[in-house]
Design a protein around this ligand. Sequence first.
Ligand code: ZN
Length: 360
Amino acid sequence: MTTQEPLILAIDTSFDETAIALTAGRRVLVSRIYSQIDAHREWGGVVPSIAKRAHQERFDSVLAAVIRAYTKRYGTAFDPKDPRTSLAGIVSAVAVTKGPGLAIALEVGLLHAQDLAAYWNVPIVAVNHMEGHLVSAFVQNSNGNPQRTAAFPLLGMLVSGAHTELVEWRGFGDQTIIGETVDDAAGEALDKAARMLGYGYPGGAVIERLAEEVENADPYRFPRPMIRSGDLQFSFSGLKTALLYTVKPMDEQQQIEQARLLASSFQEAVIDVLVAKLELAIKKTGICSVAVGGGVFANKRLRKKVRACVARHGGTMYAPAASYLYVDNAAMIGVAAYSHFLNKEYASGAELDRAPRMRL
Ligand code: ZN
């Protein structure tokens, strides 16, 4: 016997990672992610048709790797000819991301989920990808660590390449967006800034490194869009324009000399806006503890500033416990699915249509 909680096989193909995991409650037993970054890099961003093809080509091998790792760890039989048979009678449900994401990429996961659920004769739980990021701070390893429990209500702060959202989170499966971006996502702005400065995709990590090299200096003092708007909406497209107008008159040599200071100033502006809006959300809701998720939170300076802000208000910041939990993964999808599985919120028929613009 490997686990008390029912075993869920979870799938996420919402964007540019082919991700499959086996979870039990909040614990991740196995997680595998095939990243397509190399396939998209030369295009400077993710190309939907390339993503779809890569998901189709990789799905079976990622699934086989997940099942093989599970059987190895828990001493059950592995059938290399048809790995699915190794989990028959062991898996209780299939969880799959329904949206948001790239339509034709989501489709690949949804079709595979239906095949697998039919083969194992188990129900399907359709999961919102952002609910996955929301629970990612409470995802545990196979031993059940970290043991932190979520003391609801919490604020959720989700910042990635496609999303910038503040969430009022009342319990697993029960959340409402209370603030979001009106144009670009913060991660998208960082990617575009990196490109303007002559660096490739993905740009967030590059910007963070350049900023560290100048100790997060902020000589350019770019605007902090909507920081005093009094609401919880974000906007990053004006900031991008401000960078463009600063860089444009520079010759190539100046651009190279100034790249670190430009990157650092840009990052400071993005972080200031994120922290200011979080602080406003704390004041408006009276909720002072926050769970953070999404790829941009891999940024150490952002986490440090958010942690300090939350601490000022007497709260706690919960962040994912492993680096793979910041980026897209299926472990968070399986953990998010768990409460819906317990409530028997199964999906079938048209409920399994892709929902590229699905909201929390
Ligand atoms: Zn994501």
